[in-house]
Unconditional design. Structure first.
Length: 610
């Protein structure tokens, strides 16, 4: 008996056993029938692989690391079923592995995604609400909960989001974007979870994979959508594959670490040196985030299948992709196209943090600018950072000049022609990486009203950052934690519960009531979703524009001056046309469009024309 156990131990050491299988399961009837399965275990590459049920193995790829085998099978016309992989040595089966191919949801490929009719709410997952205090710390991960530490884990989780979905519904939210929820096992400062250590597993401090699926289901029951914050550019240094790389070129090495120069212009600059372009794209974002090599087909396929797996498994409605323009330029385009080939209506917005419209438009699908260089990113949507830049200064510029005041906002829209799909860009006044709007403007409610009215009525998909709607502020100059504060009422024992009207202060309720009324109205008016826009050069720091369809028209009048202004309606006759009155959607007051009217300083009207 002892001899038998000894031989079994030796056999296990030589032939290997399976520690991980990724993707953990798959789905029948996918557009791309080829599935590449990664098997990981000690010396597993010493084995030969076969599979049951007449499934065809298209390719077996072994890397320099004997702990990996990548097996590609053809699932075309294969029904949902369980198949068995056999691992053999010297024609003898050493061990087997079951693998499930599951049934897809009906019409999964044609799922509807988010668009300009939506309002997206961005949540800093660790800081929104602690729905389950029992998971604040977990023995399987290093960093434990410490709410006293600004950059520590505070305990926000998926259950906290589920618990407050009705609050979001009341606010007018139609899509939820939580910051990444997959496991991040960094020893410190792991709460932001952009340095992931397992991309098939929800971080246990947020909950479980099953709870993530429940979040998706609960959103859909309320006619709301779930957007995953996906990271293609890097993983965390604690990722289990980084600790045992499948191949040297799985990540970019110089050898070892070299930081990105962050000069994204090198990706299309015809005069850029090769070394500068390489250092931007291949350099690491920070030392704790090894840079993934999307030019390696194994890496690219792994990331593609992981993204598709989450879409199917959690029934996702869209992606936001972190640091999109730092990825391998060719590789990320292939990744994006693979997903949109599988899901033709699926929206993906990429973070392209630049300050020039032409440079941002370059990254949107079918860009004529990028076509000059025979490039297409296939990325449906980008983020409007130039509008964000204007939001951060313009409302402190009460006196207009050639390049200050509302002309900044006007000028942003004059370059809309550069984008191939101007309706499909994300607009925002702030996010989890920028200074808080209410910090910049010292919680000036009038300035908040102007900004939100603008956000709600211009082209694109508006995104609201959690807490803005109750006046939350925070100075980025004091560190990222200052702009990622805990939402009041999200933790047991909070004296101020801003999730409830009865728990909000008078100031919080003022902000919330306005925001909820504005974005609840927005859901009902297609003119501000996909209507055309005509705007007029600002005069006296007053900006006037119209959003309209053949059936509806909305007139927005924004007085960014410190003085009351008279609005001379005859100037806008080409858009007013035969409309006689306009009703302000916030106050309910009607305005006669056949005569001039007065508008208070630092105020805004959103007029539905009748």
């Amino acid at each position: 008996m002892k001899k038998f156990l000894f031989l079994l131990l030796i056999s296990s050491t030589i032939f290997g056993q399976i520690d991980k299988v990724e993707p953990p399961f798959w789905y029948a009837g996918m557009h791309n029938p080829e599935l590449q399965i990664m098997f990981y275990g000690k010396n597993i590459a010493q084995n030969e692989v076969s599979v049951s049920n007449k499934i065809v193995i298209k390719n077996i790829h072994k890397t320099e690391n004997p702990n990996y085998i990548f097996v590609t099978i053809d699932t075309k016309n294969a029904p949902a079923q369980e198949i068995i992989f056999s691992f053999s040595k010297n024609k003898k089966v050493a061990f087997t592995q079951k693998y499930a191919i599951k049934q897809r949801r009906e019409n999964s490929a044609l799922r509807k995604s988010y668009d300009a009719s939506d309002m997206i709410y961005l949540v800093m997952s660790d800081r929104f609400a602690n729905g389950n205090p029992n998971n604040d710390s977990d023995k399987s991960v290093t960093e434990k909960e410490d709410r006293k530490k600004p950059g520590g884990r505070h305990g926000g989780d998926i259950q906290g989001m589920v618990k407050n979905l009705d609050y979001l519904k009341e606010l007018g939210v139609t899509a939820l974007w939580p910051t990444p929820l997959c496991e991040d096992n960094d020893k410190a400062y792991s709460y932001h979870t952009y340095g992931q250590s397992d991309v098939y597993k929800i971080d246990p401090r947020f909950g479980t994979n099953e709870e993530y699926v429940k979040l998706s289901s609960e959103l859909h029951q309320r006619d709301m959508k779930l957007i995953m914050d996906y990271v293609t550019n890097h993983w965390g240094a604690e990722h289990w594959m980084i600790k045992d790389l499948p191949s040297y070129d799985w990540i970019h090495q110089f050898p070892g670490y070299s930081q990105s120069n962050y000069r994204m212009t090198t990706q299309y600059d015809p005069n850029a040196s090769a070394i500068d372009s390489k250092n931007c794209m291949d350099g690491w974002f920070v030392p704790s985030m090894p840079d993934l090599n999307q030019s390696n087909p194994l890496v690219l396929n792994y990331l593609t299948q992981n993204a598709i797996w989450w879409i199917e498994y959690a029934n996702l409605d869209g992606f936001r992709v972190d640091t999109y323009s730092y990825n391998d330029k060719v590789g990320i385009a292939k990744w994006t196209k693979s997903i949109t080939d599988e899901y033709p209506n699926f929206n993906i917005v990429g973070e392209v943090w630049m300050h020039d419209q032409a440079q941002m438009a370059y990254w949107q699908k079918d860009s004529k600018i990028a076509a000059i260089q025979s490039y297409n990113s296939y990325l449906p949507s980008v983020m409007d950072f130039t509008l964000h830049d204007a939001f951060g200064t313009v409302f402190n510029e009460n006196e207009a000049s050639w390049d200050k005041g509302m002309i900044k906002v006007y000028d942003n829209f004059t370059n809309d022609f550069l984008y191939p799909n101007i309706d499909n860009i994300m607009t925002f006044v702030e996010n989890h990486d920028t200074n808080r709007f209410n910090e910049i403007y010292k919680n000036d409610f009038k300035k908040y009203q102007m900004a939100m009215a603008l956000l709600a009525t211009v082209r694109g998909i508006p995104q609201l950052y959690y807490g803005s709607e109750i006046g939350m502020a925070g100075d980025k100059g004091k560190g990222d934690a200052a702009i990622r504060l805990d939402f009041p009422g999200g933790w047991e024992g909070d004296t101020n519960n801003a999730f409830l009207k009865s728990g909000r202060t008078a100031e919080q309720e003022k902000f919330f009531a306005f925001t909820a009324k504005l974005f609840s109205w927005r859901k009902t008016n297609e003119a501000v979703h996909f209507g055309k826009m005509t705007h007029y050069i600002p005069e006296n720091n007053v900006y006037v524009y119209f959003r309209y369809t053949p059936e509806k028209s909305v007139m927005v009048v924004l007085n960014n001056s410190s003085k009351n202004q008279t609005i001379k309606t005859n100037r806008f006759q080409e858009n007013i046309q035969n409309y006689k009155t306009g009703k302000d959607v916030i106050s309910g007051k009607s305005y006669n469009l056949e005569s001039d009217f007065s508008l208070e300083s630092n105020s805004v009207l959103i007029l539905e024309l009748n």
